[in-house]
Design a protein around this ligand. Structure first.
Ligand code: HAM
Length: 469
C-alpha cells in the first residue's frame, strides 16, 4: 500500500503544521530572502520532471488508459486539483496517513482551507453530488489521468507529486462491476507489457468491520509489546492498518491475526465469491490476500491491489502499481443520496518504472525517441528553407509527419541528424528543384534518388510509409 512508512513517521505532522501555519508572507518578500539572484533553483524534493526521453512511456500509458477506459464504456471526467480540504478529511478519513500526515494544505486569500488533492475518489463523489448525476442513467462511469499530491517521505517509487489513472463507476452495486474494474486495470497493464499480480480481499460492510475490529483490537492489545512503534500508534487510531504494516517486527504478529474474511456477513461473503467467480470467467489471475485492507477509510466489501508479478523486494513488501475497491458509503457520507460505487487508481510513475524494467532493451532509449517519422526533409540555402517550411506544413496538413532540421544550414549537418533519427528516406530541396517545382527523394540506405513533382510529395511520402514506394 502506498501510504505506509518503513520507519517511525516524522514527528511533526506536516499537514497539520501547514494547515495551521500563519498566512504566508507575500511571494515577492519570500523570494528576496530565500533565493539569491543568479543561483539556480532546483526541483522540489519528491517531485519529478518528465523528460522528452520518457515521452514514449508517458504516451503509451495514456494511450492504454484511454483505449481500455473507452472499451469498457467509461467517459472522461476531470475535477480540479484544488479542493476544499474538508472534502478529503470527511471523505478519505481523519485517521488515515493521507489526511493526517500527507496533505498539502494552505489557506487562500479568503481564509479558506484548500488542499492539493491527495486522491480523486472524494472529488469524483463531490462532482457526482454537485452535478445531480444521480438523475442521469446509472451507472455513471468515469475515468481520468492527472496529478496527485502527497507530502510523504520521498523514496524510490514514492513522489510528492505523481500521476494516477482513476476509473470509477457510481450508481450500481453488483459483483460484475468490481470484477470488470479489476479486468480493466489488469488489461491496461497487460497492454503495456507488465506481468501483473492482482491481490483481492473483502473487508465486508461497516457492521462486519465493527465486529471484526473488536476482535482484532483485542488480539493486537495482547501482542502490543511485540509491535513496532508505528503500529502501537495505529492500535489507538486505526488498528486495521496494522495488517498492512511493512515493519519487519510486525510481520509475525500480523500473520497470526484474526482474518476479516471469517467475520463477513453472508451477503458480503456471497458478494465476494461472485467477484472471484467473474474474475475466473474472464480469466483474470488473482491471489486472495486476507490481510489486504487499503489505506483509505471509504472502502467496503471488495478491495484489490496490483503488483508486478514475482517482484519481491529485499526488505518489506513490494510497492503497489495501483489499488481500489468498492466504496458504497462515500457519496452519502459527503451529503449525497445513498449511492453504491467502485473504482481504482493506478500510479503512472510506478507503471513506467515497471515498463522500463520489463521491456528493457525493447523500447528505444536513444535520440530516436525524438523521431516522429522515418522521413527527413532537407534543404539547401535560404530560399529552399522557406519553400521547405511551406511543403512540410502542407505535408502535416495532409497527415504526413516528417522530421527536419531547418535551423541548420549545411546539408551535411542535416543528413547527419537524419541518420541519427534512423530516417529511411530524405526529401531534399535545392535551388534547381525550386525552379523545377520538384523534390528529390533519397533512399538513405541505398543512396538511390528519384525526382518527383513537389505536388506529389505527400502522396509519395504516404506510399513510402506504407512500404509501397
Ligand atoms: P491509493 O492506493 O492511495 O488509492 O493510490 C493508488 C496508486 O497510486 C498506488 O497503488 C500507487 O501506484 C500510486 N501512488 C500512491 N502514492 C504514491 C506516491 N507517493 N508516489 C507514486 N505513486 C503513488 C487511491 O488513491 C484511491 N483514490 C484509488 C481509487 C479510485 N479507489 C477508488 N477509485
Amino acid at each position: 500500500m502506498s501510504s505506509k512508512k518503513t520507519k517511525p513517521a516524522v514527528k511533526k505532522p506536516v499537514a497539520k503544521k501547514s494547515a495551521l501555519a500563519p498566512k504566508s508572507t507575500p511571494v515577492a518578500d519570500k523570494d528576496k530572502t530565500q533565493v539569491k539572484q543568479n543561483k539556480t533553483i532546483s526541483l522540489l524534493r519528491g517531485m519529478k520532471d518528465f523528460l522528452p526521453r520518457e515521452e514514449q512511456y508517458w504516451l503509451a500509458v495514456n494511450h492504454a488508459a484511454e483505449s481500455a477506459s473507452k472499451a469498457y464504456g467509461y467517459r472522461y471526467m476531470a475535477t480540479p486539483i484544488l479542493e476544499d480540504a474538508s472534502l478529503f478529511i470527511r471523505g478519505v478519513g481523519r485517521g488515515t496517513d493521507i489526511v493526517e500526515k500527507e496533505m498539502y494544505i494552505f489557506e487562500d486569500a479568503e481564509g479558506k482551507r484548500i488542499a492539493l488533492r491527495p486522491e480523486t475518489t472524494a472529488s469524483v463523489a463531490r462532482a457526482y453530488i454537485e452535478h445531480g448525476m444521480h438523475a442521469v442513467p446509472q451507472p455513471v462511469k468515469v475515468w481520468n489521468v492527472g496529478p496527485i499530491f502527497r507530502h510523504d517521505r520521498p523514496q524510490a517509487g514514492r513522489y510528492r507529486q505523481f500521476h494516477q489513472l482513476n476509473v470509477d463507476s457510481l450508481g450500481e452495486r453488483d459483483a460484475v462491476v468490481d470484477a470488470e474494474l479489476i479486468a480493466l486495470a489488469y488489461n491496461v497493464m497487460r497492454d503495456l507489457g507488465i506481468n501483473t499480480r492482482v491481490s483481492v480481499n473483502s473487508i465486508g460492510s461497516a457492521e462486519d468491520r465493527e465486529r471484526y475490529l473488536v476482535e482484532l483490537t483485542g488480539y493486537f492489545r495482547t501482542k502490543r509489546h511485540a509491535l513496532s512503534e508505528e503500529s502501537k500508534k495505529r492500535l489507538l487510531k486505526n488498528p486495521l492498518r496494522i495488517l498492512d504494516s511493512k515493519e519487519p517486527e510486525d510481520q509475525e504478529v500480523v500473520a497470526e491475526a484474526p482474518k476479516i474474511i471469517d467475520w463477513l456477513s453472508d451477503e458480503s461473503r456471497k458478494y465476494f465469491m461472485r467477484v472471484l467467480e467473474y474474475l475466473d470467467e474472464m480469466e483474470i489471475p488473482y491471489l486472495p490476500d486476507p490481510m489486504l485492507v487499503r489505506g483509505l477509510d471509504y472502502y467496503c466489501d471488495t478491495v484489490f491491489e496490483f503488483f508486478v508479478d514475482e517482484e519481491v523486494p529485499e526488505n518489506g513488501k513490494p510497492l503497489a502499481l495501483g489499488g481500489g475497491g468498492r466504496y458504497d458509503g462515500l457519496v452519502e457520507q459527503l451529503g449525497g443520496r445513498p449511492t453504491p460505487a467502485a473504482g481504482f487508481g493506478l500510479g503512472i510513475e510506478r507503471i513506467i518504472t515497471a515498463m522500463r524494467k520489463q521491456k528493457e532493451g525493447q523500447l528505444p532509449t536513444s535520440e530516436t525517441e525524438g523521431s516522429v517519422s522515418p522521413l527527413f526533409f532537407a534543404h539547401l540555402g535560404e530560399q529552399s528553407r522557406r519553400r521547405a517550411l511551406k511543403l512540410i506544413e502542407q505535408m502535416r496538413r495532409d497527415g504526413v509527419l516528417v522530421n527536419h532540421a531547418l535551423a541548420k544550414g549545411s546539408l551535411k549537418a542535416q543528413l547527419e541528424i537524419a541518420n541519427r533519427l534512423n530516417s529511411t528516406h530524405a526529401i531534399i530541396l535545392g535551388q534547381k528543384e525550386i525552379q523545377d517545382g520538384t523534390v528529390i527523394i533519397r533512399d538513405m540506405a541505398s543512396g538511390i534518388q528519384e525526382i518527383i513533382d513537389e505536388k506529389q510529395v505527400s502522396t509519395h511520402a504516404k506510399k513510402i510509409l506504407q512500404g509501397k514506394a
